[in-house]
Design a protein around this ligand. Structure first.
Ligand code: SAH
Length: 486
């Protein structure tokens, strides 16, 4: 069940609460704080409810439930401990298309009341659709501790000054910057220190200051190889502030989902076979145009922007055109794939250095460079190598790398569909073909990769079924095995 979240305006609207016990009392309390007109129907009332009735804060109908009570109601809450009665009320409410909540009975309810964190006018609502109330309560406690109560005062202050802010910062982007300053700057600090007058004074002073013309900028963000948990806090903040997001194909949808809802997202990925320089020129033009319009452009790349990401070229271009920029590093595929496959890239016994290389431009790979890859106790990490495996294997063997050097290929590293193939260099390309390894995949070569079967941790449990399937007897060479399919 997936519920549609909704905040209802109950001011002046009739809500029927059936039941007059402690549970009903709690519900009435929150309904009254939303200024609903509450009718409580029940043979008896708690003392507090009785006081509410006497003070005309609620209307009280004394007696047992009657269907006509439903007539004027926008919402119904059934808070009786008589399940049969609750069922009847629920059926009648549904007939009349009136939303009903039967307390602690999601099956009978057509709406549920979330746990809330109340920082009025800010309300944070949490729901597990009734499936995991304990979890929802935990989440609520965590959020409670994240925001102290001054956030409510800040929201009220901002609400009071909204028209003046709008007038002083007519442009949407400037306005957003102003609100960011409100949230992060001295006004919020003053409120936290319980200095409301000082906070208001600071706000007024800021509003009367002349406005600098908006300046666009670019944040170059490395988003890691797929798992959104590998984003840095700075990357998340940039995604939340972006006006325009230019992203590569490799950036996973789960990460883009975290971006500000009204940011314009443009995929500028390079497809195989496309003229890459052409695409790169388009990316440069897009960054420049949007930044010159005063927008915050977030250029998101898979992994790290400076590792086979052409981030350097993009910065050179921006510097040439005087566009200010920032860089947020990301977890590069070699590091993340190794970690998620249980491969320590360096190890006191097996590897003293790591080499990040690409097998993509093989024409440019000089024999010298290959020769330097033969050192022992070195881990080689090849990007963009899937289509070059035959050549890579042959070239390394030809230059004298031993055929029994272990390798691991991590396909879709850090993602739920991650697969890890391992074996020996001699036969690597064949094994990858056999297991239909596709891009994106990281090729790691060196002694450390032999530790993968021992140290693997990611997705191994779910893996067994599929790995077995791929390991049907006779379907693989002796040299390799697929150790983990998430
Ligand atoms: N800037 C990126 C690399 C871009 S080159 C980074 O720092 O990671 C693209 C190559 O990165 C792919 O061909 C593949 O070799 C590697 N890669 C990126 N994401 C990957 C992933 N989730 N799993 C395995 N390899 C990945």
């Amino acid at each position: 069940m997936k519920l549609f979240p909704l905040f209802a305006d109950l001011r002046g609207r009739r809500v029927l609460v059936v039941g007059g016990g402690a549970v009903a009392e709690r519900k009435v309390k929150s309904l009254l704080s939303s200024e609903a007109r509450v009718t409580v129907g029940s043979p008896t009332l708690t003392d507090t409810l009785r006081t509410h009735a006497q003070q005309h804060q609620i209307d009280y109908v004394e007696g047992y439930f009657e269907p006509k009570w439903l007539e004027a109601a926008w919402l119904v809450i059934a808070a009786t401990d008589d399940r049969e009665l609750n069922c009847r009320i629920a059926a009648l409410a549904s007939d009349r298309r009136v939303f009903i909540n039967v307390v602690d009975d999601p099956a009978l309810s057509t709406f549920q009341v979330p746990s809330i964190v109340d920082r009025a006018p800010l309300t944070i609502a949490i729901s597990s659709a009734g499936h995991a109330p304990v979890l929802a309560r935990r989440v609520r406690e965590r959020i409670e501790s994240l925001f102290d109560h001054s956030i409510g005062a800040l929201a009220s202050l901002a609400a009071r000054y909204r028209p003046s802010i709008r007038k002083a910062r007519p442009d949407l982007r400037q306005r957003r910057e102003f609100y960011d300053w409100l949230l992060d700057g001295p006004v919020s600090a003053a409120l936290r220190q319980q200095q409301p007058q000082q906070a208001e004074q600071l706000l007024m002073t800021a509003l009367s200051e002349p406005l600098a013309s908006p300046q666009g900028r670019v944040i170059l963000v490395g988003a890691g190889p797929g798992d959104p948990g590998l984003l840095t806090l700075n990357a998340l903040r940039a995604l939340n502030e972006a006006d325009v997001i230019l992203h590569d194909r490799l950036v996973s949808p789960a990460i883009l989902d975290l971006a500000r809802r009204d940011a314009v997202q443009i995929e500028v990925g390079k497809n195989p076979g496309e003229n890459h320089d052409h695409t790169q020129a388009r990316i440069h033009a897009l960054m420049l145009n949007h930044a010159r319009q005063g927008q915050l452009v977030v250029r998101v790349k898979g992994g790290d922007a400076f590792v086979f990401g052409r981030g350097g070229e993009e910065l050179e271009f921006l510097r040439e055109h005087d566009v200010p920029y920032e860089v947020v590093p990301g977890v590069t595929a070699a590091l993340a794939c190794a970690a998620y496959a249980g491969i320590p890239l360096t190890h006191r016994d097996y590897a003293q250095s790591v080499r990040l290389a690409t097998a993509h431009c093989r024409q440019d790979t000089l024999p010298d460079e290959l020769a330097s890859m033969l050192h022992e106790k070195q881990t080689l990490a090849f990007y963009m190598a899937v289509s070059q495996l035959e050549w890579l294997e042959q070239a390394l063997l030809k230059h004298g790398k031993p055929g029994d050097t272990p390798f691991a290929i991590i396909e879709n590293g850090t993602r739920p569909e991650q697969r890890v193939l391992h074996g020996n260099l001699e036969g690597m390309a064949g094994a990858a073909r056999e297991h239909k390894i596709v891009s994106p995949a990281m090729v790691l070569i060196g002694e450390v990769t032999a530790l993968a079967p021992k140290l693997e941790w990611f997705g191994t449990r779910a893996a067994a079924g599929e790995a077995d399937l791929l390991h049907e007897p006779g379907s693989r060479s002796e040299a390799d095995s697929l150790i983990a399919c998430a």
